[in-house]
Design a protein around this ligand. Structure first.
Ligand SMILES: [Zn+2]
Length: 225
């Protein structure tokens, strides 16, 4: 494709902002405003194009901050009591990961670390990185790359994977450890609920909130793009 052909076939930025492509069959539609709770579906294949997400967006930053606090609490307080060479010690999730590793279960330790610590934390930090400047109507640098990063880490940050990670820890450690029904466990329970609410938001919708005035104004990033 020559550069000229590319430029001439590109519609104005305002039009691009209104367009939405079906994720499943690539059909192209023009975005129309939806009422709360409504969703737009593809006429050709019936796939969901987008949802009305303004209320979910307003709740997103408080949700992410809550999740981060719960995450810190969950990982600060001891979650299991272990019997190591006759000495009973209480340890955090991170301590449990280290115990799994030293007990020659390195693969399990890596799985637990990734699903319960690394990926949820990465997702929360990326969301914070985007949402804090956006709340002040500023564009965070590298916005497109971070949104793509969230989309890519999401299969690993899914709630089911997180639950499996916690479950594997409990089962694998059951011979040498007991779960403490304390602060960390309740905090983990709450974290699962908050993460589920947070993950129900499609990060691609963030594009729509980047321009506070909505689709009628030209996006301010055009000059730098
Ligand atoms: Zn479709």
């Amino acid at each position: 494709m020559t550069p000229d052909a590319h430029v001439s076939s590109q519609p104005p930025a305002q039009d691009l902002h209104r367009l939405v492509a079906c994720e499943y069959c690539d059909a192209l539609y023009e975005r129309t405003p939806l009422a709360p709770g409504e969703r737009a579906t593809c006429l050709r294949c019936g796939g969901v194009l987008y949802r009305e997400s303004s209320r979910a967006y307003q709740r997103l930053l408080p949700l992410v901050v809550t999740a981060l606090i719960l995450f810190l609490v969950s990982n600060t307080y001891p979650i299991v009591e272990m019997d190591l060479k006759g000495v009973r010690t209480e340890t955090t999730l991170w301590g449990a990961v280290q115990a799994l590793h030293s007990d020659h279960m390195t693969l399990v330790a890596m799985l637990v670390f990734g699903t319960t610590i690394l990926f949820p934390l990465a997702e929360m930090l990326m969301m914070c990185y985007l949402l804090v400047p956006m709340a002040r109507h500023r564009m965070p640098p590298g916005f497109d790359r971070i949104v793509r990063g969230i989309r890519q880490t999401r299969p690993w940050g899914m709630i089911e994977v997180f639950m499996i990670g916690v479950l594997v820890t409990v089962v694998k450690l059951s011979t040498m450890a007991q779960v403490i029904p304390g602060v960390a466990l309740w905090s983990f329970g709450a974290l699962v609920v908050v993460l589920a609410a947070m993950l129900s938001f499609d990060p691609r919708d963030l594009w729509h909130y980047l321009e506070p005035a909505g689709a009628d104004e030209a996006p301010p990033r055009e000059d730098t793009a």
